[in-house]
Design a protein around this ligand. Structure first.
Ligand SMILES: Cc1ncc(C[n+]2csc(CCOP(=O)(O)OP(=O)(O)O)c2C)c(N)n1
Length: 635
């Protein structure tokens, strides 16, 4: 079976189905037409999202699968009347499979293209991106960011009813509370349909966020709220027709298990992620489809073709090592002392940001919490409000942008917070809304306060940094990437950051990994091994380039800058935003010291290409691109 044809005939979708919301009961014919549409889309979603699993690029199945009934109802309403703003906004952008299938139904994408879900350069990334994918009508992907925007759409279209699909994950964000209040105060005709499936990434909200009720919360804000069973089509239609009949903001909270009817993942957090190929095959077989194994086996993960020199073949996940390193520190304390001194708070990402091992080994310090980065950060700060207490907070680097103001207030309260921002830069990023590239915004204090931004170059350096800075005071930020990185090797094959051989991390100190007379590359984090490869290859060709690892990103090391600033050139290499990253500062630091080498800087400059490792070469940050820049500067 080949990828040139989508094996489920989406032309069977009844695009003409029209439903009149003034009739709260479905006729038998309407119900069966709706049911057929729902089943078709659900089967298609299982089929094509599983290609993400086959390709090794992951993805999300359950959430998109869940919301198909309400999506099909909305399409039938759009057919019925122009009163409805004809966009299926979705505050949970990971459910992007829905938007891709809608693009196919409206004829903007060929159906077979769905089989390239999340492949690099396929224009089917992990979240909807306006302007990238034909037919996609909005960008989404950071939870809590859509409803407030939909409110504005409704303000601009007072004559229309505007829908937004909601989720019990997204509804945890403070932005949604603000949006609810605003919708009520402005009497907006916004209708939120929430997939209340009690599943997010790290667990079940009913367990980790006891007391939270989507329906009661929305009611408390003053919305009209109905609750119905999401798998009871009559109830879904009844609910949607009555929130539409209501003049003003209203919500329909649909209770259902995650991925109802899908073997292996129903009701489980695994349903949040991409469905394993095996489970998809079982599901499709149960649904009476032929065996599609050959389709999935014809898909292969595209491996990174480049062999880096100057680092190990073995790779490690610095984001996971963060948690292990915290455990090493906590292992040295009694349980009572640990509990008194340390609090580690999660924002539904413990498996991704490395906190899980702390949860397992040191539950006495661990607080599982919801998708509420601002509140969780401030809780960590408040815990660290006293001199001998330390809060630990973690989320993806992309969401560092959400807590900048909270960081300022924590700073003004002299709080001790160790922040771990994983998924930094663009390496293997879930595309543009998940780029973690504006991280120097964390250094937003004035010149009379210190805060340190640390980005280890490999797993060993992560341990060295965490051990060193864990009990230091103030705000400390540690970064890691989604992608694994190798261990860095000296030219003699030994490891640079070997703790057993006496390596000790020194905050604020730049590390000259190799001296060079032709000029220096200055870099940090996951760009060090790539830059080291580039520098070594230049040196092999007789160009005596030096390399500086700058693990303390925001601090000037006077001795090193004076030394390298007198060399012929400096090239800053990073995957942060070229506009706001280290390269945007380093030139000023040089000029302030009357140092005027030739100067260049490379960072992230454009929206992503999807896929995984492909993001780095796409941004022109691969070793070959670094070599080219070195050669330009050294001429
Ligand atoms: C602001 C923000 N924080 C965290 C995330 C990471 N994240 C993506 S999906 C998700 C859980 C979502 O749960 P829900 O929206 O209920 O979706 P479901 O599990 O039902 O698919 C999290 C924490 C994010 N995308 N945006």
């Amino acid at each position: 079976m080949s990828l040139s044809e989508f094996p489920i005939d989406l032309k069977k979708f009844n695009t003409k189905l029209s439903l009149d919301p003034s009739k709260p009961k479905l006729s038998a014919a309407e119900k069966s037409a709706l049911q057929a549409n729902i089943q078709l889309l659900r089967d298609a979603i299982v089929l094509f999202t599983a290609t993400g699993a086959a390709r090794g690029v992951s993805g999300h199945t359950g959430g998109a699968y869940d919301t198909v009934p309400e999506v099909c109802v909305l399409l039938a309403l759009f057919n019925h009347s122009q009163r409805f703003y004809p966009v299926v906004f979705d505050e949970a952008g990971h459910r992007v499979a829905t938007q891709y299938i809608l693009s196919v139904l409206e004829g903007s994408l060929p159906a077979e293209h769905l089989l390239y879900y999340r492949e690099a350069n396929s224009k089917l990334p992990g979240h909807p991106e306006l302007g990238l994918t034909p037919g996609v009508k909005f960008s989404s992907g950071r939870l809590g960011h859509m409803w407030p925007l939909v409110n504005g759409v409704a303000l601009g279209h007072r004559d229309k009813v505007v829908f937004c699909l909601g989720s019990d994950g997204s509804q945890q964000e403070g932005n949604d509370a603000e949006a609810a209040r605003f919708a009520v105060a402005q009497h907006l005709n916004v209708k939120i349909i929430v997939d209340d499936n009690d599943v997010t990434i790290a667990g079940h909200p009913s367990e980790y966020l006891k007391g939270f009720s989507v329906a009661k919360t929305l009611e408390g804000h003053g919305l009209k709220v109905l609750v119905a069973q999401g798998e009871d089509l009559d109830a879904v239609w009844g609910g949607i027709s009555s929130i539409v009949a209501h003049d003003g903001p209203a919500a329909l909270v649909l209770k259902r298990k995650m991925a109802p009817g899908v073997p292996d993942i129903e009701g489980s957090t695994h349903g949040h992620d991409v469905i394993p190929v095996k489970s998809a095959l079982t599901y499709l077989k149960q649904r009476g489809y032929p065996d599609y194994s050959s389709l999935y086996s014809s898909i292969t993960a595209l491996a990174q073709p480049y062999l880096h020199i100057g680092s190990t073949k073995e790779v490690g996940a610095t984001r996971v090592v963060f948690g292990e390193a915290v455990n090493l520190v906590l292992d040295g304390l009694s349980r009572e002392e640990a509990q008194r001194k340390v609090m580690v708070i999660d924002s539904d990402l413990e498996g991704s940001t490395g906190l899980k091992v702390i949860h397992q080994k040191h539950p006495e310090v661990f607080v599982p919490s919801g998708i509420m980065e601002r509140g969780n950060f401030s809780a960590a700060a408040g815990f660290g409000f006293e001199k001998d207490k330390f809060g630990v907070f973690s989320t993806f680097s992309a969401f560092l942008e959400m807590v900048i103001s909270e960081i300022t207030m924590a700073r003004l309260n002299n709080c001790n917070v160790l922040c771990h921002f994983s998924h930094s830069g663009v390496d293997e990023a879930d595309n543009t809304c998940h780029f973690g590239i504006n991280s120097l915004f964390a250094d937003n204090g004035l010149s009379d306060v210190n805060s340190f931004l640390y980005f280890p170059a490999d797993p060993a350096q992560m341990i060295a940094i965490v051990k060193k800075v864990f009990f230091q005071h103030g705000m400390r930020f540690v970064f890691s990437t989604r992608a694994k990185v190798p261990w860095l090797l000296r030219e003699d094959g030994s490891r640079f950051f070997d703790l057993d051989a006496g390596y000790e991390f020194q905050p604020g100190k730049d590390e000259v990994l190799v001296e060079g007379s032709a000029g220096y590359v200055v870099t940090f984090g996951e760009m060090v091994y790539r830059s080291w490869d580039a520098v070594l290859r230049c040196r092999q060709q007789g160009l005596d380039v030096g390399l500086v690892n700058k693990p303390s990103l925001n601090v000037v090391d006077e001795k090193t800058i004076m030394k390298i600033g007198q060399s012929p050139f400096i090239l800053v290499v990073e995957s942060f935003n070229q506009k706001t990253g280290l390269g945007s500062k380093f030139g000023s630091w040089l000029l302030e010291r009357q140092l005027t080498p030739k100067y260049g800087y490379m960072g992230t400059t454009r929206e992503g290409c999807g896929g995984l490792w492909e993001q780095i070469p796409y941004q022109g940050l691969d070793p070959q691109s670094i070599i080219l820049k070195i050669k330009q500067l050294s001429q």
